[in-house]
Design a protein around this ligand. Structure first.
Ligand code: PEP
Length: 250
């Protein structure tokens, strides 16, 4: 059975003091999450170290929101996987739709990041999902298939054990519009089949999160679907109680 992972993508929100405060509130409530559910918090780069100190000794894990696929060098403004690993980061969100949209990241470039993160012993949370116009044109499966095949190219079965997928229909992110549980699960089933095609049985163990306006009031129904194994949470991760409500919905 894939592990249930609920990850909070704090995006570019919260100053240092607020991040420390939110992390300590998450730690405080984390014991009430459902058994077997892993909680992950993903603050901005500059707050990773402080948040790491706060979650030390708890079951809450640390994630980053991006990284650059080179160890060091002339890449002004970027942060490498080895730098994140040294802080104690376990998960790295890659290919979020906001990075695809605003920073023009391609599947091929994200694939380099996936390999970089895996090479440094961390776990990529690889985001895929279609735009509204793609769903309306009926090409959701084509888009997601291309994202999975190109973004995960040359990932071995052994490495795939450390990969997490987040299916995030772009039209549902931050909009309050949620994919219906059935709509979401249909794409999760597609992703599961693609993973099995890529790496065989190891693909059955990969956690596939849903992301896109997941909230306390819809989490239970979404997480009850056969292939929804967790959530990547934006807005609702900014309040510890809401985050916990999702973490205890399964
Ligand atoms: C996200 O950006 O990953 C996300 C799912 O955001 P929200 O929950 O706010 O839709």
């Amino acid at each position: 059975m894939p592990k249930t992972i609920i990850a909070g993508n704090w995006k570019m929100n919260k100053n240092l003091a607020e991040s420390v405060q939110l992390a300590s509130e998450v730690v405080k409530v984390s014991g009430k999450a459902s058994a077997g559910v892993e909680l992950v918090v993903c603050p901005v780069f500059t707050h990773l170290e402080a948040v790491k100190e706060v979650i030390k000794g708890s079951a809450v894990k640390l994630g980053a929101q991006n990284c650059y696929p080179a160890d060091s060098g002339a890449f002004t403004g970027e942060v490498s996987g080895s730098m994140l690993k040294a802080i104690g980061v376990e998960y790295v969100i890659l290919g979020h739709s906001e990075r695809r949209q605003y920073f023009h990241e391609s599947n091929e470039f994200i694939n380099k990041k996936v390999h970089h993160v895996l090479a440094h012993g961390m776990k990529p949370i690889y985001c895929v999902g279609e735009l509204l116009e793609e769903r309306e044109k009926g090409v959701t499966h084509q888009v997601v298939t291309e994202q999975i095949n190109a973004g995960l190219a040359n990932v071995t079965a052994d490495q795939m054990k450390n990969v997490v997928i987040a299916y995030e229909p772009v039209w549902a992110i931050g909009t309050g519009k949620v994919a219906s549980p059935e709509q979401a699960n249909e794409v999760h089933i597609l992703i599961r089949n693609l993973l099995v095609k890529l790496v065989g049985d190891a693909g059955k163990e990969v956690t596939i999160q849903y992301g896109g306006s997941m909230k306390p009031d819809n989490a239970k129904e979404l997480l009850a679907q056969s292939e929804i194994n967790g959530g990547l949470i934006g807005g609702a991760a900014l309040k510890a109680d809401d985050f916990l409500a999702i973490g205890s919905a399964k």
